[in-house]
Design a protein around this ligand. Structure first.
Ligand code: FAD
Ligand code: NAP
Length: 548
């Protein structure tokens, strides 16, 4: 039977009911829910404080692109009512302040051990418990282990020689120095034009002496039209938060204002342009849903893509630069759509230069700068906005071993498999929050992680009441779910791009679309049904039986 916090004498103990790895939004909420249910919990976090993504990604211009009133926890109405967001899309420091506020408000830090990186997790079949080791050589154990380690938490540097030789300042957007970077008057190189690069470029350009942007692939971006939130907007949200949260939970991507998007097939060309113009003027990620057939109809996608290209051509004064910024190598939306503030306008500045490296990559980093196109470019600062080893990278950095000592690295050698993105056959009592196989990064992530936390908490309470202490996903259901995942994405444009969703940004990583694209609302129904049907697809046992 599971012990309670009182049974274990939590505080000095290294044995817990649950060990949670990660104190981003997922780990924080997991701790809060489990503690309220009387479980003894320890959270281990590599960072020096809470916040996860918003602790690490401190680059200039970093902000959310789900609207702030929505990109926040929904589990506590008092919390929703008392917090005020200043802008439609909050900047990173404000989101980090919010995370700290949540930690203070619910007194979370007393059960979080910071500056502690988990290096391995091993399931002891005889005891039915997980042994967790840290990079500091500590060993802890728990009946359950919850990986709240994030989908975008392992920054990826490019495979280019010489990074260590650079005598200037070299930084990655996903591991930004806390003391900041002084760009004033400096010669700055920025490599990478995904969501992070697009947010950082306009802000760095304002202070740098000269900014050179090295672009391998032009990306589609939509304006955020960011602005301060008005009192009326805030009051409207707060007077009917339940309504907005209800909408978020039912929609495909988890956006409160999603819905009513027509099929391009039903529209004339002029009608399509009118719809695109309307969405462009609203701004933001909903452009991804502008047509219901955007990701399946070549014609719908090309109409939208050309619409965005025309916006770029109308914004960027130099026609050659504009053409380089026009994405032409992948369908719109097959790589993460970006949301920007003055990105394209920035290329009209005299101190900003765009270098196309699609044909001639950066050859090496030198002491003074980098070599590209056969010549050395001198720089004071190099910014790598080169993304993450997403979804699986952080989990596979740890040595996770399940039943019979099977390594997760072995199980996932051809790509991740899981049941619902929550659990894996052969890895009893291990849960992954927003793991591969769940909507996670294809949705409003806070909403999706709340679903997982609630589901896991309910499951552990169910087990305690039923007097069982081992849960394991069945192999058949794991296979069925993986097949379903692949069926849903097959035939869409998502599988065409060399995106991080496909694992294509990391050399040697198996290629396959990792998140579930069947819709966050639909997925919520599936998870709810699985639980209501006695956790269909899972097997329960007692630790003593689990040995057999
Ligand atoms: P994370 O915030 O990544 O937290 C995971 C934590 O686990 C980290 O603190 C990490 O240090 C810790 N950890 C990892 N491995 C170990 C280990 N071995 N040992 C100990 N600790 C470990 N999503 C949206 O829905 N909307 C947005 O607008 C949005 N904007 C984003 C902007 C940026 C720049 C990035 C990178 C991502 C953004 N995301 C957005 C996705 C974002 O990651 C999620 O919204 C959310 O913050 C994830 O929370 P999490 O707790 O699951 O993971
Ligand atoms: P990313 O989308 O993977 O973009 C990385 C960029 O670096 C791409 O342009 C990539 O080019 C380029 N690149 C990688 N390796 C390179 C190399 N060796 N040489 C040259 N260029 C190279 O990473 P990201 O921008 O950090 O974003 C990751 C995800 O985090 C986003 O998709 C999003 O989910 C989340 N995010 C959200 C926000 C937000 O708006 N709230 C902000 C930032 C991040 P290729 O395209 O050619 O590979």
């Amino acid at each position: 039977m599971l012990k309670t916090a009182t049974d274990t004498g939590q505080g000095s103990s290294s044995s817990f009911d649950v060990i949670v790895v990660g104190a981003g939004f997922a780990g924080m909420y997991m701790l809060h829910r489990l503690r309220a249910q009387g479980f003894s919990v320890k959270v281990l976090e590599a960072a020096g404080d809470v916040g996860g993504t918003w602790y690490w990604n401190r680059y200039p211009g970093a902000r959310c692109d789900v609207e702030s009133m929505s990109y926040s926890f929904s589990f506590d109405d008092d919390l929703q009512q008392e917090w005020s967001w200043s802008q439609r899309y909050a900047l990173q420091p404000e989101i980090l302040d919010y995370a700290r506020h949540v930690a203070d408000r619910f007194d979370l830090r007393r059960d979080i051990q910071f500056d502690t990186r988990v290096s391995s997790a091993t399931f002891d079949e005889a005891a039915g418990r997980w042994a967790i080791t840290t990079d500091g050589g500590e060993t802890l154990d728990a009946a359950f282990c919850v990986m709240a380690t994030g989908c975008l938490s392992t920054p990826k540097l490019p495979e280019v020689d010489g990074i260590k030789n650079f005598k200037g300042h070299c930084v990655h957007t996903g591991d930004w120095p806390h003391e900041g970077v002084d760009f004033a008057g400096k010669r700055v190189a920025l490599i990478g034009t995904g969501a992070s690069g697009l947010q950082a470029i306009p802000v760095i350009a304002e202070v740098a002496g000269h900014l050179t942007v090295f672009q391998r692939t032009a990306n589609f971006s939509v304006p955020a039209w960011n602005r301060p939130l008005t009192d009326e907007e805030e009051a409207d949200w707060k007077s009917r938060y339940d309504y907005w949260r209800g909408r978020e939970r039912r929609t495909h991507s988890g956006f409160h204002n999603e819905g009513g998007h027509p099929s391009a097939a039903d529209l004339t060309h002029d009608e399509r342009i009118a719809v695109l113009e309307e969405q462009w003027n609203k701004g933001g990620l909903l452009m991804w849903n502008v047509f219901s057939d955007l990701m399946m109809s070549r014609e719908a996608n090309e109409t939208a893509a050309e619409f965005v290209r025309d916006k770029i051509r109308a914004t960027v004064e130099d026609p050659d630069v504009a053409e380089l910024l026009c994405p032409k190598t992948h369908p719109m939306g097959s790589k993460r759509l970006c949301v920007d503030s003055n990105y394209y306008e920035t290329f009209n500045r005299d101190n900003v230069e765009l270098v196309d490296i699609s044909e001639q990559p950066v050859e090496r980093i030198t002491g003074q700068g980098l070599v590209q196109g056969g010549r050395e470019h001198g720089f004071d600062v190099i910014v790598f906005a080169t993304g993450f080893d997403a979804m699986t990278g952080t989990l596979l950095k740890m040595d996770i071993r399940g039943r019979g000592g099977e390594a997760l690295r072995q199980k996932w050698q051809d790509g991740p498999v899981s049941y619902l993105g929550i659990a894996m056959a052969g890895f009893p009592n291990l849960f992954t929050i927003t793991g591969p196989g769940s909507p996670s990064v294809m949705s409003h992530v806070l909403m999706s992680l709340e679903l997982h936390v609630d589901w896991i908490t309910d499951c552990l309470v169910h087990m305690r009441e039923a007097g069982v202490d081992v849960i394991e996903a069945s192999e058949e259901d794991e296979t069925r779910w993986t097949d379903h995942l692949n069926d849903v994405v097959a035939g869409t444009f998502y599988v065409e791009a060399d995106s991080w969703y496909m694992g294509a940004n990391v050399e040697g990583k198996p290629r396959g679309f990792m998140p579930y694209i069947g819709g966050a609302g639909k997925y919520r129904e599936i998870c709810t049904d699985v639980a209501a049907e006695g956790y269909r697809g899972f097997r329960f046992s007692k630790a003593s039986q689990a040995v057999a």
